[in-house]
Design a protein around this ligand. Structure first.
Ligand code: ADP
Ligand code: ADP
Ligand code: ADP
Length: 213
């Protein structure tokens, strides 16, 4: 399967991804994770992306299309993939269609993590991450066994520098203005399944499973 997860920051895409990945043995491509790794490693890509990310704005289409094009060539991604956080503009969606068409492939399903903006500030400001695995915790909704420490490795958790109430406002603005049209783009193709992303994680997982069955 070739799946796309679309939803505003904090809607639960990263939380549901590992479950989908394990069930369908798909590769998980999260452009946000790849960009953060590039920023941390100070690669040319990371240096170009950092300013927009810190402000909560989107990185240019050319940069992200380049990293997705590269990542989709991996052998492990040939049978299918989960795109988490891409495409975020209609231009990116059109480029993705072109890349897939070259392989005679297409998008199978778009999961729309629909949720009210009002819920997202608490989710985002309470989010803690284990950077190397991508495991995500929440101080209130999914606390780690020991505060600030990953359950599996015992390594420290971090908070993302853009996970502040202030930067969230710009990220939501970018979502409504640039990414919501992508949902329309795929709706017209009949590919969108709408999820109730405000529900508890396990109920969202059940909705995901229904959408993919
Ligand atoms: P979230 O957890 O808010 O959904 P991500 O981790 O997906 O956020 O993205 C973090 C930041 O990385 C975004 O605010 C944006 O600056 C950049 N980014 C990630 N994916 C894309 C993309 N497909 N197009 C442009 N910018 C992107
Ligand atoms: P996204 O990848 O869409 O930005 P995450 O999956 O990282 O979102 O979730 C954002 C925060 O909210 C995390 O701290 C996560 O633990 C928490 N969270 C995720 N899904 C739910 C849910 N259904 N109910 C409550 N909290 C959730
Ligand atoms: P159990 O102990 O029954 O296996 P979990 O440890 O998976 O349950 O989750 C305990 C509670 O935390 C559940 O109510 C669930 O809704 C919530 N929860 C689990 N994972 C997350 C997450 N990533 N984000 C937010 N809430 C979560």
């Amino acid at each position: 399967k070739r799946l796309i997860l679309i939803g505003p920051p904090g809607s639960g895409k990263g939380t549901q991804s590992p479950l989908i990945k394990d069930e369908y043995c798909l590769c998980h491509l999260a452009t946000g994770d790849m960009l953060r790794a590039a920023v941390a490693a100070k690669t040319p890509l990371g240096i170009k992306a950092k300013e927009a990310m810190d402000k909560g704005e989107l990185v240019s289409d050319d940069l992200v299309v380049g990293i997705i094009d590269e990542a989709m060539k991996k052998p492990s991604c040939q049978k299918g993939f989960i795109l988490d956080g891409f495409p975020r503009t209609v231009t990116q969606a059109q480029k993705l269609d072109e890349m897939l068409a070259k392989q005679g492939a297409n998008v199978d399903k778009v999961l729309n993590f629909a949720i009210d903006d009002a819920i997202l500030e608490e989710r985002i400001t309470g989010r803690w991450i284990h950077p190397s695995s991508g495991r995500t915790y929440h101080t209130k909704f999914a606390p780690p066994k020991a505060p600030g420490v990953d359950d599996v490795t015992g390594e420290p958790l971090i908070q993302r520098r853009d996970d502040t109430a202030e930067v969230l406002k710009s990220r939501l603005e970018a979502f409504h203005r640039q990414t919501e049209p992508v949902i329309d783009y795929y709706s017209k193709k009949g590919l969108v399944a709408n999820l109730h992303a405000e529900k508890p994680p396990k109920e969202v997982t059940v909705e995901v499973q229904k959408a993919l069955s």
